[in-house]
Ligand binder design. Structure first.
Ligand code: 4HQ
Length: 249
C-alpha cells in the first residue's frame, strides 16, 4: 500500500516511519510512505503557503494554489488514491473505516495547519473528510499518522507474529480482556488462577467474560450497536444471579 502525505512538516513522519511495526512494514516493502512538502509547490522567493482570511479575523488560511499543485502531483503518482482531509468537521474515524481503507492500494492525506484549507480545495479535490475525535489539534499530521497506523494493521503480513487484526466486525464493539504476564504476584495482587491452569477452554471462557464485563462497565455504548450474543447472555445471567444473591438478605 502506498501513502502520500501532503504537509508543511514532512519531518514529523520520520519518527513514525522509523519505529516499530510501521518501520518493519516499510522495510519489507509492504508499505511506502511518502511525505511531500506543500511548500515545494509554493511560488515566489518566500514560498508562502498561508494567507489572511477574507472577511478578516485572526488566524491564517492555507492558500489554494500550492495545495492544488501538490494534490495534482500526488494524484498523478497515485491515480487510484482517495484524497483524504483530516479535519474536526469530518466523519468520525473508527475501526470499520480503517478496515475499509486497508482495501485501497493507495491513499493521499492532506494535513492542514492554521485555521485550515481554503474551502474551494475541499470542494474541488477532497474525496473524504475524516476526524479522529472531537478536540482541536494544531495540524492534521498526527491524525494522518493515527489513520495510517490503524489502516496498516489490516494489511496481510504487516502484524506478523503480533496476532492478526481481529477480522470480524464484532471485535471492534468489544473491549479487550485483561492481560497479565510474570511475575505471578505483583503489588499484592495475584494473576487470576485460571490463566495458569493450562485449561485452554477455561482460559478462553475467562477471556470472553473479562472482555464482556469490561465493556459493560466502561463502554456500554458499544453494546447498544450489536446487542449480546447467546454465550454473552449466559455470562450476564450468571452475574445477575450472583448480584441478586449478594443483594438479598
Ligand atoms: N485539526 N481530527 C487540522 C484537528 C483534527 C481532528 C485541527 C485538523 C486543525 C488545521 N483533524 N486543522 N480532531 O483537530 O482530524
Amino acid at each position: 500500500m502506498r501513502f502520500c502525505v501532503l504537509t508543511i512538516f514532512p519531518e514529523m513522519f520520520d519518527a513514525f516511519a522509523g519505529h516499530g511495526i510501521m518501520r518493519r512494514a516499510v522495510e519489507s516493502g509492504k508499505i511506502r510512505l511518502e511525505p511531500v512538502n506543500i511548500r515545494d509547490f509554493a511560488e515566489g522567493r518566500h514560498r508562502v503557503t498561508d494567507d489572511r482570511p477574507y472577511g478578516g479575523g485572526s488566524g491564517m488560511v492555507m492558500k489554494p494554489e500550492p495545495l492544488a499543485a501538490a494534490i495534482q502531483s500526488a494524484k498523478s503518482e497515485l491515480p487510484e488514491a482517495p484524497v483524504v482531509l483530516l479535519t474536526p468537521q469530518g466523519r468520525r474515524f473508527d475501526q470499520e473505516t480503517a478496515r475499509q481503507y486497508a482495501a485501497c492500494r493507495e491513499m493521499i492525506f492532506v494535513c492542514g495547519r492554521y485555521e485550515g484549507l481554503d474551502e474551494r480545495i475541499c470542494e474541488a479535490y477532497v474525496d473524504d473528510e475524516i476526524s479522529i475525535g472531537d478536540y482541536v489539534l494544531t495540524g492534521g499530521e498526527l491524525p494522518a499518522m493515527v489513520v495510517m497506523d490503524a489502516v496498516i494493521r489490516h494489511i496481510p503480513g504487516v502484524l506478523g507474529a503480533e496476532d492478526a487484526a481481529e477480522c470480524d466486525s464484532f471485535s471492534a464493539s468489544r473491549l479487550e480482556h485483561a492481560h497479565y504476564t510474570r511475575p505471578g504476584a505483583f503489588c499484592q495482587k495475584e494473576v487470576p488462577g485460571v490463566l495458569l491452569s493450562g485449561n485452554h477452554r477455561a482460559i478462553e471462557e475467562w477471556r470472553r467474560e473479562s472482555a464482556l464485563l469490561r465493556t459493560i462497565l466502561r463502554r456500554p455504548d458499544l453494546l447498544e450497536q450489536t446487542g449480546l450474543t447467546e454465550p454473552e447472555k449466559k455470562i450476564v445471567q450468571k452475574w445477575c444471579r450472583r448480584l441478586e444473591a449478594l443483594a438479598s438478605d
